[in-house]
Design a protein around this ligand. Structure first.
Ligand SMILES: *Cc1c(COP(=O)(O)O)cnc(C)c1O
Length: 220
């Protein structure tokens, strides 16, 4: 068994069955992704549209591709044909563009709203108030080719487990408070290599794990 396969196996046994494992393969070459694929992995996460598109073109077509990085509106068109889930939607403008591009391919594209939970100053993500405003906006409700399926969050990059837990609990509470009013919210995407066990305790339904599967990246 190769290293990637054994890493995947170790992670999988530690995850409940209803938690989706996104194998974050950014910066990694196709042959390494194929090792994960051959071990049964079918969900891959990338943070650059061009890189994801190149991998999609050469790899088997039963892979679900997740865009986990920040998305520029003018690049949505390059992935609209195949992307399965966009994790970091943080504006109505972006959502409108995803809808428009999805229509051109006669598809419905699933999206998550990125919620700002980190204490550190981060450029991306909605605060809770803005997320509610987005969910309630008429122009969003009328969109036919996007589905908002849940929320995504990233904790502060720190070794302080207590702080990470506090930040994950914040998005968990927000998620739990709103799943009744917005029943389409089913996915809570929290947890990476360093903090996914904490995320599991905080109700994560989807973890995004890179370096614990593929090894450290040379660049981000
Ligand atoms: C890179 C990345 C991950 C995975 O990080 P690891 O620490 O390698 O597991 C998860 N989520 C996002 C948004 C990322 O950019």
């Amino acid at each position: 068994m190769n290293m990637i396969e054994s890493n995947l196996q170790k992670i999988k046994v530690s995850l409940p069955e209803d938690v989706t494992l996104v194998a974050v393969s950014k910066t990694k070459p196709v042959n390494e992704l194929m090792q994960a694929y051959n071990a049964g992995q079918r969900v891959f996460g990338e943070n650059k549209i061009q890189e994801m598109t190149q991998k999609w073109e050469t790899m088997p077509k039963d892979i679900c591709w997740h865009m986990i990085g920040h998305v520029q509106t003018n690049k949505v068109k390059y992935m609209a044909q195949f992307v399965d889930l966009i994790h970091a939607v943080d504006s109505i403008k972006l959502l409108l563009e995803i809808d428009k591009q999805a229509k051109r391919h006669n598809r419905v594209i699933n999206c998550l709203l990125q919620i700002k939970i980190a204490e550190e100053e981060s450029k991306f993500g909605l605060n809770e108030e803005d997320a509610i405003a987005l969910l309630d906006a008429e122009e969003v409700k009328n969109l036919t080719n996007v589905k908002i399926k849940g929320l995504m969050g990233m904790a502060t990059f720190t070794n302080n487990q207590k702080q990470i837990k506090t930040e994950f609990q914040k998005i968990q509470t927000f998620f739990d408070q709103n799943t009744t009013k917005y029943p389409e919210l089913k996915i809570l995407s929290i947890g990476m290599s360093g903090d996914y066990t904490i995320a599991m305790d905080c109700g994560s339904t989807m973890v995004r794990i890179g370096s614990s599967i593929f090894g450290a990246r040379n660049y981000v």
